[in-house]
Write a protein that binds this ligand. Structure first.
Ligand code: 5RP
Length: 215
């Protein structure tokens, strides 16, 4: 699958235009995109990064990383996903970077999602849905998630997010109404972000292959 990821990332480079500040996601697919971006780094103004991990890789290539508060809205955001449905709605957060990813997606005019074919699903939910929570609210949020969704939240107890929070992964979901579930889970006090990108889906999905497929 790593070759499929690389092919999707290479195709996404075609969306980068001269002088852009590019939003950069997190994960192994995005790592290929960052490596490709390094080849054209003199053409862009800089980047906004969604994680410490991506920031480190960008800086190692000598690519400038900027503060979203200073850049204002972005033209382009490129990120991976854990699942993608036929309407370009996503589950993200396998790498625990969902909150910053959601912020950058919201700030960007065009969100290009790069995936390998294994990420495509008919109904979201086979991949456990990540929810970032304030630590003191972990049990409260877990109980509410069970009540609202019927799914089984599992604490990812070896992970602290870049924002100092914790992750619950919700197993056993078949998400037939992604926008509704995103809205309902966002209402629970203590939830920082829900890894459903349905209200603001991707604008373009590139599925890696020869040739890549653009959805
Ligand atoms: C990180 C993410 C990633 O985009 C998602 O986990 C996909 O990762 P990979 O490209 O390694 O398969 O949402 O929070």
């Amino acid at each position: 699958m790593s070759e499929m990821k690389r092919l999707a990332a290479e195709k996404a480079l075609e969306y980068v235009e001269d002088g852009m500040i590019v939003g950069v996601g997190t994960g192994s697919t995005v790592a290929y995109f960052i490596d490709g971006l390094a080849r054209i780094k003199d053409r862009i103004k800089g980047t906004v990064s969604s994680s410490d991990q991506s920031t480190e890789r960008l800086r190692a290539h000598g690519i400038e990383v900027m503060d979203l508060n200073a850049t204002g809205p972005l033209s382009l955001y490129v990120d991976g996903a854990d699942e993608c449905d036929g309407n370009r709605r996503l589950i993200k957060g396998g790498g625990a970077a969902l909150t910053r990813e959601k912020i950058i997606a919201e700030a960007s005019k065009t969100f290009v999602c790069i995936v390998d074919p294994s990420k495509q699903v008919g109904i979201l939910g086979r991949f456990p849905l990540p929810v970032e929570v304030i630590p003191m609210a972990r049990s409260l949020v877990a109980r509410e998630i069970v009540r609202i969704t019927g799914g089984q939240p599992v604490w990812r107890d070896d992970v602290v997010t870049d924002n100092g929070n914790w992750i619950l992964d919700v197993h056993g979901l078949a998400i037939t109404d992604p926008v509704g579930m995103e809205r309902d889970l966002n209402q629970i006090p203590g939830v920082v972000s829900v890894g459903l990108f349905a209200r603001r889906p991707a604008d373009v999905v590139i599925v890696g292959g020869e040739p890549p497929v653009v959805l």
